[in-house]
Design a protein around this ligand. Sequence first.
Ligand SMILES: C[S@@+](CC[C@H](N)C(=O)[O-])C[C@H]1O[C@@H](n2cnc3c(N)ncnc32)[C@H](O)[C@@H]1O
Ligand code: SF4
Length: 451
Amino acid sequence: MFSNLISKYNVPGPRYTSYPTVPYWEENTFSLAAWKESLKRSFNDNKEISLYIHLPFCESLCTFCGCNKRITKKHEVESPYIESLLREWDLYLEVLGEKPTIREVHLGGGTPTFFASENLKFLLNMLFRKANRDCQTELSFEGHPNNTTKEHLRMFADLGFKRVSYGVQDYSEKVQKAIHRVQPFENVKRATDQAREAGFESIGHDIIFGLPFQTKNDIIETIEKTKLLMPDRIAFYSYAHVPWIKGNGQRGFKDSDLPQADEKREMYEVGKQMLEAAGYVEIGMDHFALKTDSLYKALEEKKLHRNFMGYTTSSGASMIGLGVSAISDSWYGFAQNEKSVEAYQSLISDGIIPVFRGHILNEKDLTIRKHILNLMCHLETNWGSTEDYFEELPEILGKLREMETDGLVSFSENGLTIPEKGRPFVRNICMAFDLRMQERKRDTQLFSMTV
Ligand SMILES: C[S@@+](CC[C@H](N)C(=O)[O-])C[C@H]1O[C@@H](n2cnc3c(N)ncnc32)[C@H](O)[C@@H]1O
Ligand code: SF4
């Protein structure tokens, strides 16, 4: 029965870290001036901002990786890149016109821990110097277990970082070789223990199901090992196979080396059962957290938010993305930076905010954005008030009737909820609301499969 549902609904679809999703941005009506205006509008509503800082360098290529990264062993790239980030920050401060309060900083990548600890310390201190921060500012970073050192952890902890997520992926040797990422359990244990000793309160592990040559047993063993360390959060990602975008790495193995949809779903089911039995609660899509973690508390208090970083506990503030390929979000608009290090640095040295595309949301986009966020974060949405209603809604609800018959959504008078059975199909339900995608009917092969 469940496998029938999988074959029926397993289609390519977005992960809804934004609405509209990037391929459906209206780029021809976007301009840097409009982006700056949207940021100022948002800053007038709320003087807090979140910062995402993209640190793209990695020493070695993992062949499954879908992130924007630059592979190099030359650490001379660190200082010029940091100079560019600081100049970009100055350009944004000019737009804001007054000192912002930083609500959240997240260092992502690539591999932030590619950078020497003293370089990261310099970068962060220089960023903080021009803004206000308080004890509620949430600071976090993505660490590679193979190269996160005690010095990194001590430096981050001294600056107030409390959260780290480590890339684990899978512990099986066969899978690790296939994805070109050899990383024994001892390395993850060391990095996890050292983070706890340094005072980190929330440690996350990223695990992926659906990797080449991976079996259900590999997932069971990976989660058994994960339980020995009991990270506070677990991102349990479905492997996103998008070789048409990430050509260089993801072509390193054949499609036939990947587990098929049914097998992949079983991996998710077994993983989910094991995690729940160990005390983790599923948060939205892909994420699990212990009840002591702030992500779980945000879910309980209905304060969960989703953006380009995935699920977060902070909402409201604009997010400024610094660095190559980083995406900024003012709520009223999105903007993405140049994707190559050279193009990014060249615009910065000319004193130009290095965005190359974006989208300014109209009223209908904003309403739909709210519904999709509600569905992705809280598995429910409603349209009781006039500002949550839009003219195409009845048609959208009509499209969802078949999913209702299949038990994947249930309707109330002015709302809908997604029951447990519908949870794996949340992306499909969001797709019914995605008018931008329906209007443009562009090739959906831009996305990975929904299930
Ligand atoms: C920037 S990396 C984490 C930090 C560091 N670079 C590392 O690899 O340990 C972000 C995470 O994205 C996830 N990821 C990357 N490519 C993916 C893909 N194709 N499908 C699913 N998850 C992916 C991985 O779990 C990875 O740990
Ligand atoms: S998974 Fe992490 S370390 Fe590997 S290539 Fe991607 S960003 Fe770099």
